[in-house]
Ligand binder design. Sequence first.
Ligand SMILES: [Zn+2]
Length: 325
Amino acid sequence: MEMKQVSDNCFAVLNEKNRVCDANSGLINRAGGVVIDTQSDLAHARQMIEMFSKVWPAMPQRVINTHEDADHVWGNQLFEGAEIIAHRSVPERMKQVAEPKESQKLLHGVGRFLTRLVLKVLHPGIVAAGQQLREDYNFDGIELVLPTTLFDARYELNLDGTEVHLIYVGPCHQVGDTIIHVPKERVVFAGDVLFRQCTPMGWTGSYEKWFQCLDLMIQLDPEVIVPGHGPLCGIEGAIEMKAYLQYVRDESRKCFDNGLPSLAAAKRIEFGPYGEWRAPARLYMNVERAYREFRNEPPNAPWDMAGTFDAIYRVAKAKGIEVEY
Ligand SMILES: [Zn+2]
């Protein structure tokens, strides 16, 4: 984990491994400070706080959650008494997708030899994901702390003369997707609308909406984008992600029209230049999302988590690459 200053008053804490759960956090260091996203577990959240505290005068009284996923909200409890700002959908969605009990059980389960053995036969992908997570994370002690200030389309903060614009752009990767624009400093905190040098994992939303949001980010003309996952970039990051999503949707369409199921399609579709990104087999999720759209399924159709992690496992095996999430 490292901290980088990205403009006069904006900072980022980046998780360099860039695998699942390795989310970034941001800080706008004005008017008492605003922290953006709070990491995946308490140890990472504490490390983020320690890094940012080298530049902030005191613990910030404001937090923004860019969306409802666990890896962006599980450190909320360490900001006691803070105003937590997020899109109106986020508290309810957090209860649905970021309840820590299941993840705590999973990590303990794969840590036990016998459970792991049984689980491996049923769900090799879940075991592989759990083992990977255990290398870096411990979900014990996490309690859900929900946002307290909710907004609909847009929310603005004025931090001693520095405007901060929260723009709701969901659902493109998740229901609550919000980007944070600091126009004066030409910085955008993108949350998981942007994955950089790692394969995007989209849960709820549509390709069209995601394209619109990436276009908006490009139009804002930032000098620096802090992605939800991966290293800092400029607008080239958004351009590349859009190209990836377009490529995957086009290739998926061909496979769909040929009657291939989504898992077979994900095995067949070439990674191309995106094979160098982290966890390229997460491609399966993007193929499956495209298929849902082709079948006119609702964008919020739920995911079978075990089936999804198993499918990613099978794509990696079929392609002869390391299983990585
Ligand atoms: Zn994330």
